[in-house]
Design a protein around this ligand. Structure first.
Ligand code: CP3
Length: 343
């Protein structure tokens, strides 16, 4: 049976537009909250293959998306490198910050696959359990975005700590990015070995970087990962997501060699069709907050996006992940609408 989403990623669009949603598994679903409540620590939950596979499949059962995204987190990679990572309720992710040569020296690739191996088990389980027409998506955070957490030791608004280290100590910052390139490429290769059909690299905090920083911190590490993954798995599509990078999306596509890009909510569809979709598959970009509001305005916007991107390969998705207050019935209505639409 052919996988519509995978075919679209490879540049072969069809009449029906395939879809999946970022954060399609998560707190907005009561069945997720039920399984999540059985494990106190979020990292431990990510390393529980039975539970992680179960919550990956929950949204597919409800909404019949074309793609299932592995349930894990981008902070699995620093955890695998030996950094302490934990989640505090009401606060978010916390890490022991990497700010100098000494804290950097405690990180290493030794033992990485043993530490994160449960994630590969989740992928293998999903490969087995997912219906044959569904595409299994693996993922990782991009080095820049993961570095913002590693350096600040938490989520941060303007990523001040990472930017200041990048400008002030480019040597140490470069070593952090290089280690993340090696770990992330190895991590994605193992996910594909275990059965992932395609992978997405989330650069959620690529916004508002000056051109030279965007080139060095976003494009170069992503290109290095693409090259390494492609050397092992030449036919596996890779999706990039340089979120909120505006017109810099175009050189991102040209320079990294990704097969597809995920679009944030601010992308102009006409510009996207002309400058991006003429070269690669695009994915997006309804506003997750419009799915909270729902109703006819949500469906009108879904139609505008589907019509606006119908001249090339398109996968319907959000411009960023679902928020916890999303009503599940709105996701059902949106999913039915996308499933019925024909180009
Ligand atoms: O369904 C899916 O999309 C797959 C699973 C997934 C999660 N995180 C699960 C998760 C994916 C792809 C991610 C990626 C991720 N994690 C990103 C990149 C994408 C984006 O949203 O920009 C980032 C920046 C993170 C880091 C992270 N993890 C944050 C900021 C948080 C929220 C902290 C909080 O407590 O609100 C997380 C936790 C997290 N990751 C949750 C889920 C479902 C919620 C925690 C819980 O269930 O207790």
């Amino acid at each position: 049976m052919s996988k519509l989403l995978l075919e679209t990623l490879k540049g072969n669009p069809s009449e029906r537009v395939p879809f999946w949603f970022m954060r399609q598994a998560g707190r907005y679903l009561p069945e997720y909250r039920e399984v999540r409540a059985t494990t106190k620590s979020f990292m431990e939950f990510c390393y529980s293959p039975d539970k992680a596979a179960e919550v990956t499949l929950q949204p597919i059962r409800r909404y019949n998306m074309d793609g299932a995204i592995l349930f894990a987190d981008i902070l699995v990679v620093p955890d695998g490198l030996g950094q302490d990572v934990w989640f505090e309720t009401g606060v978010g992710p916390r890490l022991t910050p990497v700010t100098d040569e000494e804290s950097f020296s405690s990180l290493s690739l030794n033992g990485f696959h043993d530490k994160v191996g449960a994630v590969y088990e989740t992928v293998a389980k999903l490969k087995h359990e997912l219906p044959a027409d569904k595409t299994l998506l693996g993922f990782a955070g991009a080095p820049w975005t993961v570095a913002t957490y590693m350096i600040a030791g938490a989520g941060s608004k303007d990523h001040a700590a990472a930017r200041q280290l990048g400008y002030g100590n480019p040597e140490l910052f470069g070593k952090i990015l290089d280690l993340l390139v090696d770990a992330t490429a190895a991590y994605l290769i193992r996910q594909i070995d275990a059965g992932a059909d395609a992978v997405q690299i989330f650069d959620s905090w690529a916004a508002a970087l000056p051109e030279p920083a965007f080139d060095a911190w976003v494009i170069e590490p992503t290109k290095a990962i693409v090259d390494k993954v492609r050397a092992e798995h030449p036919d596996t599509p890779i999706i990039g997501f340089p979120r909120l990078s505006g017109t810099q999306y175009e050189k991102f596509v040209d320079a990294t060699g990704v097969n597809a890009v995920s679009l944030d909510t601010g992308m102009d569809l006409g510009w996207t069709a002309k400058h991006l979709q003429s070269k690669v598959c695009v994915q997006g970009n309804i506003d997750p907050h419009l799915v909270v509001a729902g109703g006819q305005p949500m469906l009108d916007e879904a139609k505008r996006i589907l019509d606006g991107l119908k001249s090339g390969p398109h996968i319907f998705n959000l411009g960023h992940g679902f928020v916890p207050e999303t009503p599940p019935e709105n996701v059902a209505e949106l999913s039915r609408f996308i499933l019925k639409y024909r180009r």
